[in-house]
Design a protein around this ligand. Structure first.
Ligand SMILES: Cc1cc2nc3c(=O)[nH]c(=O)nc-3n(C[C@H](O)[C@H](O)[C@H](O)COP(=O)(O)OP(=O)(O)OC[C@H]3O[C@@H](n4cnc5c(N)ncnc54)[C@H](O)[C@@H]3O)c2cc1C
Ligand code: SF4
Length: 472
C-alpha cells in the first residue's frame, strides 16, 4: 500500500472541464488533465483493500490497487504493463467508461471513490508519450487464418490478441474506417478519433489486415468467408435501433440517433457523408427522446451545431440527487447523473413519453408528451405540446441486424435476438464461427466489448492450437 493514511488526508479530485461556453464552440475533447503530482496523490487514496471490490466491478478485471500503488510510487512504466495485461485499450475506457469500478470501490461506501478512471487515463497517455506502446510482434506464425467481422472495440481487441499469438488476422468492416461506435457513434468531444486511429495503426503494425467498405453478407459472401478461414468471429454490434411507433412517426425530421451522430463524426474527420440527407440541428428546436449516453451525445452535438433549444425526454422518474450509499455494488447506485452535455444547455423532462408527432407540409413541428404511470403507460389528461423541428430517437438498440450476414449464415439467435454463444467458448451454432461484443450480449459498454473480444480470442486460439497462453 502506497500511503497508509492517503484516504484520510486527500479528498477526491474530479477532472475539470473547459467552461461550457468555450467548449460548445468546437468538437475537441475538453477535459483538463490533472497534473502528475495530483494524480499520484489521488492514487495514494487507494486503501489496497484485502478484498478489492473495484476488481469485481471492472469487466476486464483491471488490477486496480496494483497500478494505483505503482502510480503513487511514480513507476508509470510498470503501471502501464500491468494495465495493458488486462485491457488492450485503456485509452478508450479511460475516457468514456462509466467506471463501474468506481461505483464498486470500498471508499464509495462512506466517502468518494478513488478516481480510478483518471488514473487509468494518465497511465496510458504517459505510456504513449514515452513510447512504451510499440507494436508487439509474435515470435512465430501459426499458419492459421482468422476473419473478424466488425472493427468495433470487440473486433479490435480480438484482432490484437490473435495477431500477437501469431495468427493471420483479417478484419472486414462495412464502414470506411475502424472503431465501430467509437468512431461513428461517440462524438469527438468525448473521444478524439486520433486516439482510435493510433490503436488501429498499432494493430496494422502487428500484422492485422483491414478490409474496409466490405459488408459481410452483401459485398462478401458469408459462407465463403467461413470456408476461406480457420475461424470467423462475428463482432458486428447491435445495430437495430428501438423505434417509437407513435402517430406522425413518418414525418420528416424524425431520425434515429445513429442517423444523426455518424454524420457529425464524419464531418469532423473529413469523411464524405455519402448519398444521405444531411441532418443538422442548427436553428432548430430539438427534442431528444431517451436519457442514456446516446441521448447525451445527441444533446452535445445539437448544441454545438447551434440548436435553438434542446429538450430531452426520459421515461424513467427523476432519480435522487444523492445515491443511497448502502445500495452500492453489486447494485448500481441510482442517482441523478448530469453529463457534460446536459450542462451545455438542455432541459430534461423525466417520467414522460412522446405520444404524438405533428407537422406542417410533412415536416415535424410539435411533439405531444404525456406523463407515464408505474408501468410506463401514458396517463390521460397529462398531455403537453412542445416545439420540435428535429426529433432524435435515442432509446437504445433492440438487437443485431438479422437481415444479411446472420440470416445467410443461419446462425442461431437467443430469445432477445442476439447471436447465441456462451461466455466460455463464444461458439455459435455454426462450426468455426464465434460471436462477441454487442452482437452476442446485446447493447452494452465499450469495456464489455473489450472483455468479450479478448475472451473470444482466447477461445479461438485454444480451439485452433489445442492450447493457449492468452488470458481469460
Ligand atoms: C451514441 C453512443 C454512445 C455510446 N457511448 C458510450 C460510452 O460513453 N461508454 C461506453 O462504454 N459505451 C458507450 N456506448 C456503447 C458502446 O459504444 C458499445 O457497447 C460498443 O461499441 C460495442 O462494441 P462492439 O465492438 O460489440 O460493436 P460496435 O462498436 O457496434 O462495432 C461493430 C462494427 O461492426 C461493423 N459491422 C456490422 N455488421 C457488419 C457486416 N455485416 N460486415 C462488416 N462490418 C459490419 C459495424 O460497422 C461496426 O463498425 C455508446 C453507444 C452509442 C450508440
Ligand atoms: S476498492 Fe477502491 S480503495 Fe479498495 S483497492 Fe479498489 S480502488 Fe483501492
Amino acid at each position: 500500500m502506497g500511503k497508509v493514511t492517503g484516504f484520510l488526508e486527500y479528498d477526491r479530485q474530479e477532472l475539470k472541464y473547459q467552461p461550457a461556453a468555450d467548449r460548445i464552440r468546437h468538437y475537441n475533447e475538453f477535459t483538463l488533465p490533472l497534473g502528475q503530482p495530483d494524480v499520484e496523490r489521488q492514487a495514494a487514496r487507494c486503501m489496497e483493500c484485502g478484498v478489492p471490490y473495484c476488481h469485481r466491478g471492472c469487466p476486464v478485471n483491471n488490477q486496480i490497487p496494483d497500478w494505483n500503488d505503482l502510480v503513487y510510487d511514480g513507476d508509470y512504466e510498470t503501471a502501464s504493463k500491468n494495465l495493458h495485461s488486462t485491457n488492450n485499450f485503456p485509452d478508450f475506457t479511460g475516457r468514456i467508461c462509466p467506471a463501474p469500478c468506481e461505483a464498486a470501490c470500498t471508499l464509495n461506501l462512506f466517502d468518494s471513490p478513488v478516481t480510478i478512471k483518471t488514473i487509468e487515463a494518465t497511465i496510458v497517455e504517459n505510456a504513449w508519450e514515452k513510447g512504451w506502446l510499440a507494436p508487439e510482434l509474435p515470435k512465430t506464425k501459426t499458419g492459421k487464418k482468422v476473419a473478424i467481422v466488425g472493427a468495433g472495440p470487440a473486433g479490435l481487441a480480438a484482432a490484437q490478441q490473435l495477431a500477437r499469438v501469431g495468427h493471420e488476422v483479417h478484419v472486414f468492416e462495412k464502414n470506411a474506417r475502424a472503431g465501430g461506435l467509437l468512431r461513428y457513434g461517440i462524438p469527438d468531444f468525448k473521444l478524439d478519433k486520433n486516439v482510435v486511429e493510433r490503436r488501429v495503426q498499432q494493430l496494422v503494425a502487428e500484422g492485422v489486415v483491414f478490409h474496409f467498405g466490405k459488408k459481410v453478407g452483401v459485398d462478401v459472401d458469408a459462407a465463403a468467408l467461413v470456408a476461406d478461414h480457420d475461424a470467423v468471429l462475428l463482432s458486428g454490434g447491435a445495430e437495430k435501433p428501438r423505434d417509437l411507433p407513435a402517430p406522425g412517426r413518418e414525418l420528416s425530421g424524425i431520425h434515429f440517433a445513429m442517423e444523426f451522430l455518424p454524420q457529425q463524426n464524419r464531418r469532423v474527420s473529413d469523411e464524405p457523408l455519402g448519398d444521405v440527407e444531411p441532418i443538422l440541428a442548427a436553428g432548430k428546436h430539438v427534442v431528444v427522446i431517451g436519457g442514456g449516453d446516446t441521448g447525451s451525445d445527441c444533446i452535445g452535438t445539437s448544441v454545438r451545431q447551434g440548436a435553438l433549444s434542446v429538450t430531452q425526454l426520459e421515461i424513467m422518474p427523476r432519480p435522487p440527487e444523492k445515491e443511497d450509499k448502502l445500495a452500492t455494488w453489486p447494485n448500481w447506485p441510482l442517482k441523478l447523473r448530469t453529463s457534460s452535455s446536459h450542462e451545455e444547455g438542455s432541459e430534461r423532462i423525466f417520467g414522460v413519453t412522446a405520444t404524438k408527432f405533428e407537422g406542417v407540409d410533412g415536416r415535424v413541428k410539435e411533439v405531444t408528451i404525456q406523463e407515464v404511470d408505474a408501468r410506463f403507460q401514458p396517463v390521460p389528461g397529462t398531455e403537453k405540446v412542445i416545439k420540435a423541428d428535429l426529433v432524435l430517437l435515442a432509446m437504445g438498440f433492440v438487437s443485431p441486424v438479422h437481415e444479411g450476414m446472420l440470416q445467410s449464415l443461419g446462425v442461431a439467435l437467443n430469445g432477445r435476438g442476439n447471436v447465441e454463444a456462451n461466455e466460455e467458448a463464444y461458439k455459435t451454432s455454426i462450426p468455426k464461427v464465434y460471436a462477441a461484443g454487442d452482437m452476442r450480449r446485446g447493447q452494452s459498454l465499450v469495456v464489455w466489448a473489450i472483455r468479450e473480444g479478448r475472451q473470444a480470442a482466447r477461445a479461438i486460439d485454444l480451439d485452433l492450437m489445442g492450447k493457449t497462453e492468452l488470458p481469460r
